[in-house]
Design a protein around this ligand. Structure first.
Ligand code: PHE
Ligand code: FE
Length: 283
């Protein structure tokens, strides 16, 4: 993800990339990856969208532990033309968008400490690679991510990054998708978190609401706790089709001056899959 008002660390290139430094990872760091990987692999089948399970194969590399980005990029390049590049942490919006628009996914190169397995504030290599890369091996999702980068460059020029960021948040990071009669996970922030993988799908607390582009652009989100509402897409094809073939400029103009929605609000026009109790948020 991106942020503003960041200072480029010494040693990072103009595009904020750094060498991954794979040889410098300790045995303990590789073990942390393996633990997190095993935990999620045990829990996700039946909960996550099949496209994610298919994409997981690109993470199975010749060496165990934290993926070597060179080998990973080679695999991903063959699948969808994407690469993974290392950065020190959050990068500015324009840098983030430029990488996505050129089919490069930026990943932190550091991994969380063993006492942070369940919670950390900044996205690390487990979130970035395990959470995001499997779907980048899916041709439709891969195109969506590139289009999002291009849309980011347009939004920046129109002063509408906040609107567009909500789309990223409620799809790429915390999205749910219909699967048969039920719902499945696909957002990277969910699938890289053991607790939210359960909460997002099974807990009575959050709302689960049908995805609507304008609605999502108006909805604030929480960065400090589980989401109070999740938005459900019909399919990746449907998401790509809607976003690619809609000019966002008139939407940004229309939304200007309209009030935002709170993360827990249900609106009269919402397609409600589940009306949450919000017990978790009110605990
Ligand atoms: N169609 C969007 C625009 O006009 C670009 C975009 C595509 C944004 C896909 C996000 C995802 O800005
Ligand atoms: Fe992320």
């Amino acid at each position: 993800m991106a942020d503003t008002a960041l200072i480029r660390p010494e040693g990072a290139a103009a595009d904020w990339t750094i060498p991954q430094g794979w040889d410098a990872y300790t045995a303990e760091e590789h073990a942390t990856w393996d633990t997190l990987f095993a935990r999620q692999i045990a829990m996700l089948p039946g909960r996550v969208t099949p496209e994610f399970m298919d994409g997981l194969d690109v993470l199975r590399l010749s060496k165990p532990g934290i993926p070597d980005f060179d080998e990973l990029s080679e695999r991903l390049m063959k699948a969808t033309g994407w690469q993974v590049v290392a950065v020190p942490g959050l990068v500015p919006d324009d840098v983030f968008f430029d990488h996505l628009a050129n089919r490069r996914f930026v990943s932190g190169n550091f991994i969380r400490r063993p006492d942070q397995l369940d919670y950390l504030q900044e996205p690390d290599v487990f979130h970035d690679v395990f959470g995001h890369v499997p779907l980048l091996a899916n041709p439709v999702f891969a195109d969506y991510m590139q289009a999002y980068g291009q849309g980011g460059q347009r939004a920046a020029a129109m002063g509408a990054i906040d609107r567009l960021s909500r789309l990223y948040w409620y799809t790429v990071e915390f999205g749910l998708v219909r699967a048969g009669d039920g719902l499945a996970l696909y957002g990277a922030g969910i699938v890289s978190s053991r607790s939210e993988s359960v909460f997002a799908l099974d807990d009575a607390s959050p709302n689960r609401i049908g995805f609507d582009l304008k609605r999502v652009m108006r909805t604030r989100y929480r960065i400090d706790d589980f989401q109070q509402s999740y938005f459900v897409i019909d399919s990746f094809e449907e998401l790509l089709d809607q976003t690619l073939n809609t000019d966002f400029a008139p939407l940004y103009a229309e939304l200007e001056g309209q009030p935002d929605h709170d993360p827990e609000t249900i609106l009269p026009d919402d397609r409600v899959y589940a009306r949450g109790t919000q017990a978790h948020a009110r605990r």
